[in-house]
Design a binder for this molecule. Structure first.
Ligand SMILES: O=C(O)c1ccc[n+]([C@@H]2O[C@H](COP(=O)([O-])O)[C@@H](O)[C@H]2O)c1
Ligand SMILES: Cc1cc2nc[nH]c2cc1C
Length: 346
């Protein structure tokens, strides 16, 4: 597991300055393209090029099952995880539609369904057959955590082989908002109730019960929850660990990332805890409707590109933000300067 502590790639701050200077010369009042300006300038530094581009997008959706589902913390039955994996493989899910619209490469990775699905096109990186319920035991062993983290690193390696300019991770796992809420509460030192929401659609009373389950688990494991890796091992899901591994590897390999919603955001929180410099490589696609996401984004000092009340996961919100980044690059690369257009400056 030593690879996770390797330093991230260094953005080129000289290109950052060059890109910022170009933004000041484009035919618009300085700053008038807001977050699009910052995004293009940051991408220039990350990609080490004067003309950034995020046309070639790679999507890995990591799927796994959760023992905590048996505590009745999701509106949907556990079997939906494997059913949706078949849907991803057949091209019928929201993420497939968005991937096609973007012309992006797409894969679905089994990091630990309760049973492998027998359909072609599912990448097998299984760390186990579902996690254990963290209400009674650590969710996974240290060995399983290492396999799940590597699943993310391997996905980034495939993205690089395909010449991707942008990596997007997604997740699918019934009950994974309970896992993500527990991880966020442990990491941020906040009560579970502050970070627990409806997930796939719990009622207010059911949300209170879910928060109580998480609080009970946090009390059980309190002493052992003493590092980001211990938190992932005890409270994690395999797909959340895979996302953490992917974010760390993308930063190490110099590949910019768009982070999706609440569960992905918690994976990013843990990646940033393991390696603060990795946050330079992350864009945040959207602010999910899931209750805890605002607190997670604040802890990351992250500014999400969109806020559309999405709460689907499976990379959908990140993908919807990519046209914004593509427009940011094209504006940066193609607009005329004041001098070129003969427009007077302020
Ligand atoms: O990305 C989000 O912000 C998000 C918020 C709520 C739910 N989800 C998705 O819904 C599933 C988890 O919800 P639940 O209620 O089963 O914990 C999982 O497959 C996620 O992809 C995703
Ligand atoms: C149908 C369904 C699709 C999903 N996609 C991501 N999480 C999901 C949860 C459910 C329940």
């Amino acid at each position: 597991m030593d690879w996770i502590f390797q330093a991230p790639a260094q953005p080129d701050w000289r290109l950052f300055e060059i890109a910022a200077a170009r933004q000041a010369q484009l035919t618009k009042p300085p700053g008038s393209l807001g977050v699009l300006e910052e995004s293009a300038v940051r991408l220039a530094a990350l990609q080490r090029r004067e003309r950034p581009s995020v046309e070639r997008v790679w999507i890995s959706v990591f799927a796994a099952d959760h023992g905590i589902a048996e505590a009745g913390v999701s509106a949907f039955p556990q079997v939906v995880t494997q059913e949706m994996v078949k849907n991803f493989a057949a091209g019928g899910a929201a993420v497939n539609v968005l991937a096609r619209a973007l012309g992006a490469d797409f894969e679905v990775v089994d990091v630990g369904l309760v049973a492998p699905v027998d359909v072609p096109g599912v990448v097998n990186c299984r760390a186990g057959s579902g996690t254990a319920s963290f209400l009674t035991a650590p969710a996974m062993s240290v060995e399983q955590l290492a396999v799940a983290l590597s699943a993310g690193r391997d996905a980034v390696a495939r993205a690089l082989t395909a010449d991707a300019e942008l990596f997007v991770g997604g997740e699918m796992g019934i009950a994974n908002t309970a896992s993500a809420s527990a991880l966020a509460a442990a990491r941020l030192g906040l009560p579970a109730a502050d970070l627990t929401g409806a997930g796939t659609g719990l009622s207010p009373g059911q949300i209170d019960r879910k928060a109580a389950v998480i609080e009970q688990a946090l009390a059980l494991h309190r002493e052992a929850l003493n590092s980001p890796l211990a938190m992932l091992q005890i409270l994690g899901g395999f797909e959340i660990a895979a996302l953490t591994g992917a974010y760390l590897a993308a930063a190490q390999q110099g590949l910019p990332v768009v982070v999706d919603g609440f569960i992905s955001g918690v994976a990013a929180l843990l990646a940033a805890a393991l390696c603060p410099g990795c946050a330079d490589w992350l864009f945040f696609g959207h602010r999910s409707a899931e209750k805890g996401h605002v607190l997670v984004l604040e802890a990351l000092h992250a500014r999400p590109l969109l806020a559309l009340d999405l709460r689907l996961g499976e990379a959908s919100g990140a993908l919807m933000a990519i046209p914004v980044l593509q427009m940011a690059c094209r504006l940066h690369n193609e607009m005329a300067t004041f001098a070129q257009a003969g427009v007077s400056t302020a």
